[in-house]
Design a protein around this ligand. Structure first.
Ligand code: ADP
Ligand code: MG
Length: 660
């Protein structure tokens, strides 16, 4: 992060083994276990927690519910128990208020040599309850020396550690000592201020050197907060600066096609074909894109819009602008089913406008494919819709003007880059659409090279989807409810989780559920479709089409239906083992219903045993339909590192900031 802006990189680049007290062996350990290679790495390994040395609690007040405690007392007994192979050491610490058992399962040998019964110790750890009694496992022990109270008036840092480090002379105390040594010998000029004075004044942030010292050894909560604020600000400031830099560079360098006409295709569609009034949000976004396309600079835009917000028609209208300016357009979707659906609905929407739409996926083969590729190159195809087969090498356009990818989070950055190369001399404009709303700060880091448009409004007349969390015991009620909905002419999805590691098991689960349902929904009265990832594309497609046409009332499926399918007559989404889905997935799935005018329902089925996180996820789903709110919770639960798409998109690792 910011530290690479330092002008005296040299000193901080010194290999860690040269720090007093480290040496080659411990140096290697630090390399391997913690990725600490240099002085700088050590300095930038911030504590993840602090021990409040200002507080000593009476032993009688220990509470397993409240996290970490610091206590002080006499080590009244200490003994090694268990067999030689499974040794454990048990001690007892006593103060005026009571006593508590201390227990160690590791490092017994070492502790045996260092701990002295009869002496007073300060112990720090997390109490837990075992058979009705409170104990502390692996407490940190420090011999109490009267008069050496200086350190006790501060917050002591705790660094992330590993078992290897702990047993090879780099335990918590030793780590602390290393950073002390480093800071004590750090030449002041090494840490140069990298924020301008006026910013420091305006933000009232502390200086850089001070912050780096205080983050390791704050004397009070206030100092800690000041240090954190300063370092977070620095980190995010430079991150944003870099993103802006990238964007400016891109705008300077990349010449784009200038689409300055809005012509017949666009106007005819808008005035004659469009079946509904666009929402204000849709209008605004189309205008943003239109303006962007007219600059003569390549557009790179992210279109965010919750499920059902009507991104497809926006995409189409942008493609029509491209056609009006004499250029082809392409729309890419992550799955065959979704691509097919886009193809069909786009064809329907523009019927009669006299333009040619074609479909390409890995399944278009032989003569048909050859012909298609020829037409595409000749410019006889206006809009190409398909899967990632489109970005393969032999697919050549006559003049591609606009490339749209739907559900971006499934496409990597590399694939996006391949689209660029499909332009003739000038790269096509790029629009990526995602239904996974993400908080703006995260969007900035994820898609810093993109401009962002948001559709923050649903088409009018939609009824809020009613979401319920039901336990397995409500299964009969569930089936009864489904029958009522089907009797009204509605259709139903029943979705099972599919996680790759246990694919076999999950498939068995799916078929079991399918068979169980067949008992309650006999084939002479109900038609059921089944779709999963292991089926051939053609079979999947066949079943999807049956459901789409209303020939089957129940669609039992794995998450292959997650993204984008549009069956307005489907009003119930049943999610089995809902606790196994992530929040954004649940929200995506729920978005499959509520697409027509009828009241829709999402029923989350689970067993009774649920983790705390699962409970939060389910409660969030029941509480809100707002995708942005849901993604905020998701981000809190999972952290930005694990957020969908972050790994592949090269978000810089943040040292101290947390975008949650
Ligand atoms: P998503 O943003 O999830 O891709 P779609 O583009 O599939 O949403 O749109 C969902 C449904 O809403 C479609 O049936 C579409 O025809 C309809 N729709 C889109 N915009 C409007 C609008 N402004 N008014 C009414 N219906 C709309
Ligand atoms: Mg869509």
């Amino acid at each position: 992060m910011g530290r690479f802006k330092s002008s005296s990189l040299g000193y901080l680049d010194t290999p860690i083994e040269f720090l007093k007290g480290v040496g080659p062996q411990k140096g290697e350990l630090l390399n391997k276990e913690l990725n600490i290679f240099s002085f700088g790495d050590l300095l930038w390994s911030f504590p993840f927690r602090y021990i409040d040395k200002t507080q000593i609690h009476p032993i009688s007040s220990l509470n397993p519910e409240e996290g970490y405690f610091q206590i002080k007392g006499i080590l009244s007994s200490l003994q090694v128990l268990g067999s030689p192979r499974k040794k454990r050491m048990v001690g007892r610490l006593k103060d005026d208020s009571g006593s508590v058992e201390l227990i160690w399962f590791k490092g017994v040998h070492f502790l045996q040599r260092t701990l002295q019964p009869g002496q007073t110790y300060i112990a720090y750890g997390k109490p837990s309850e075992f058979r009705g009694k409170v104990n502390i496992a692996h407490p940190e022990m420090e011999l109490f020396i009267p008069g050496k109270g200086k350190e006790r008036s501060a917050l002591a840092p705790v660094y992330s550690s590993t078992e290897k480090l702990n047993t090879r002379g780099l335990d918590a105390k030793a780590r602390r000592r290393l950073i002390e040594t480093l800071l004590a010998n750090l030449p002041t000029h090494v840490i140069t201020e990298n924020l301008p004075d006026y910013l420091l004044e305006r933000t009232k942030l502390i200086g850089r050197f001070k912050a780096l010292t205080k983050i390791h050894f704050p004397k009070s909560d206030k100092e800690l907060t000041e240090a954190r604020n300063r370092l977070k600000f620095e980190e995010l400031f430079f991150l944003q600066l870099r993103l802006l830099e990238q964007k400016v560079d891109r705008q300077k360098q990349i010449k784009g096609l200038k689409f300055d006409t809005v012509g017949t295709f666009f106007n005819q569609f808008y005035h004659k074909k469009l079946q509904f009034e666009l929402t204000d949000a849709q209008k605004r976004v189309i205008k943003e894109i239109r303006t962007d396309l007219g600059y003569g600079i390549q557009m790179n835009r992210l279109l965010q819009g919750d499920v059902g917000s009507g991104k497809t028609v926006v995409a189409l209208m942008c493609m029509l602008i491209s056609l009006d300016n004499g250029y082809q357009a392409v729309m890419m979707a992550p799955t065959e089913i979704l691509a097919t659906q886009h193809y069909n609905s786009l064809r329907e929407m523009v019927a009669g406008l006299g333009l040619k739409i074609a479909f390409l996926s890995g399944n278009v083969k032989g003569k048909k494919r050859k012909e298609l590729l020829k037409f595409l190159e000749q410019g006889d195809i206006d809009i190409l819709v398909g899967t990632h087969a489109i970005i393969e090498d032999p697919v050549v356009f006559k003049n591609l003007g606009l490339a749209i990818t739907d559900e971006q989070h499934r496409f990597g950055v590399k694939q996006r880059a391949k689209l660029w190369a499909k332009g003739k001399d000038i790269p096509p404009h790029i629009l990526v659409m995602t239904a996974t709303p993400i908080p703006r700060t995260l969007a900035m880091t994820l898609y810093g090279d993109l401009d962002i448009s948001v559709i923050d409004e649903l088409p009018p007349g939609r009824k809020e989807i009613i979401t319920k969390h039901w336990y397995e015991s409500s299964r009969l009620k569930l089936f009864g409810f489904l029958k009522k909905e089907i009797a009204k002419g509605r259709q139903v999805y029943v979705v099972y989780p599919l996680i790759e590691e246990s694919e076999k098991l999950d498939l068995a689960n799916l078929y079991q559920g399918y068979e169980a349902m067949q008992r309650d929904f006999p084939p002479d009265q109900y038609q059921m479709s089944i779709v999963h990832g292991r089926m051939k594309a053609a079979d999947k497609e066949f079943e999807m089409q049956r459901f789409l046409k209303g020939e089957t009332q129940i669609m039992v499926a794995t998450t292959v239906i997650e993204v984008g399918v549009n069956v307005p007559n489907a009003t119930v989404m049943v999610i089995e083992n809902a606790e196994r889905f992530g929040l954004s997935q649940l929200h995506q799935l729920r978005g499959r219903v509520g697409r027509g005018g009828d009241q829709s329902y999402c029923l989350l089925m689970t067993g009774f045993k649920l983790s705390e996180d699962s409970k939060v996820r389910l409660a969030t789903m029941v509480r809100t339909n707002n995708g942005f709110e849901i993604s905020e919770v998701d981000l809190k639960l999972r952290g930005q590192g694990s957020f969908e798409g972050t790994q592949q998109s090269g978000v810089p690792e943040l040292h101290i900031s947390d975008l949650r």
